[in-house]
Design a protein around this ligand. Structure first.
Ligand SMILES: NC(=O)c1ccc[n+]([C@@H]2O[C@H](COP(=O)([O-])OP(=O)(O)OC[C@H]3O[C@@H](n4cnc5c(N)ncnc54)[C@H](OP(=O)(O)O)[C@@H]3O)[C@@H](O)[C@H]2O)c1
Length: 262
């Protein structure tokens, strides 16, 4: 059984621990955080305060600290990581930089999203050519434990994924906020507006999940020619909603690429 060390038990590391626990079992997981409180929250059976001690005992090491904490972490790892799979979740830290800082060859870089906190994550990832097929398989199974996974072979696609899937939940939260704001502006109470907006979002997600129709098909199904949805869609087109949305995605992708360049 491959043991997996998770270094950094914050939002992402904690979500990974909770998802993986159900798949590989507690004994295969070693969790490390400099904060006792973070470890206590997870109640992990194998908890470490020193990253080096956790990494030493594991076949795979997941680096889930903030990018600005990475240099200090790398300096503290004395165990040779050459033969281990190293998975980085750090935004904006390239595969080459992870490999160089840790002296590791079998490196994987991934970009998870918020959905992992509720077991519905979307993760894009890329494996360095030095990963063995078994290591690639292990990485894939780790990501699958948290939701869907998308393997890419061009690191630049991680910036695109960051704009689409990483930032993605925020776009739907934004639409939900706008719906609630406009409900209030049209005369509903704040509470009615909040409930209305949340229900519209979650019912739409449920309908999509039913698998009965694609998003486009559901939209067409509720759009009667000359009706209210058609009027809204026409106004969106006139105000170039799709163009504004695309500009937002491009801005996020550029920002992600800029952060990766440092
Ligand atoms: N949050 C997201 O939705 C998201 C999405 C995609 C990618 N990411 C990436 O995921 C990484 C983690 O983000 P996060 O939000 O989970 O951060 P976080 O909540 O701050 O978790 C990181 C944890 O690691 C601990 N830590 C720092 N240095 C350590 C060391 N040397 N050894 C052991 N533990 C150490 C931190 O302790 P301290 O309290 O001392 O800092 C903290 O508890 C980041 O690199 C981020 O770019 C995050």
């Amino acid at each position: 059984m491959d043991r997996i060390a998770i270094i950094g038990a914050g939002n992402v590391g904690g979500a990974l621990y909770r998802s993986l626990k159900g798949v590989v079992g507690e004994d295969a997981l070693l969790v490390c955080d400099t904060h006792e409180a973070q470890l206590a929250k997870l109640g992990a059976r194998h908890a470490f305060r020193e990253a080096d001690a956790a990494a030493r005992e594991a076949e795979a090491v997941i680096v889930a600290v903030k990018p600005q904490q990475f240099t200090v972490l790398a300096g503290s790892l004395k165990t040779p990581l050459g033969g281990k799979l190293v998975i980085s979740v750090m935004a904006g830290v390239t595969l080459a930089n992870v490999a160089r800082a840790l002296g590791a060859a079998a490196t994987v870089r991934c970009m998870p999203n918020l959905g992992a906190q509720v077991g519905r994550g979307a993760t894009a990832w890329i494996a360095a050519p030095d990963c063995s097929p078994a290591q690639v398989g292990l990485a894939r199974s780790i990501f699958r434990a948290t939701g869907i996974e998308i393997e890419v072979h061009d690191e630049a696609l991680l910036d695109a994924f960051t704009a689409l899937g990483g930032t993605g939940p925020a776009y739907f939260f934004y639409l939900t906020e706008l719906l609630a704001e406009n409900a209030q502006a049209m005369g509903f109470s704040a509470e009615q507006s909040r409930v209305l907006a949340h229900e519209v979002l979650s019912a739409s997600a449920r309908l999509l999940e039913s698998g009965e129709r694609s998003a486009a098909d559901w939209r067409r199904a509720v759009t009667t020619p000359g009706g209210t949805t058609a009027a809204a869609m026409q106004a969106f087109d006139e105000h170039r909603f799709a163009v504004a949305f695309r500009a937002g995605l491009e801005a996020a992708r550029r920002r992600s690429a800029d952060l990766s360049r440092g």
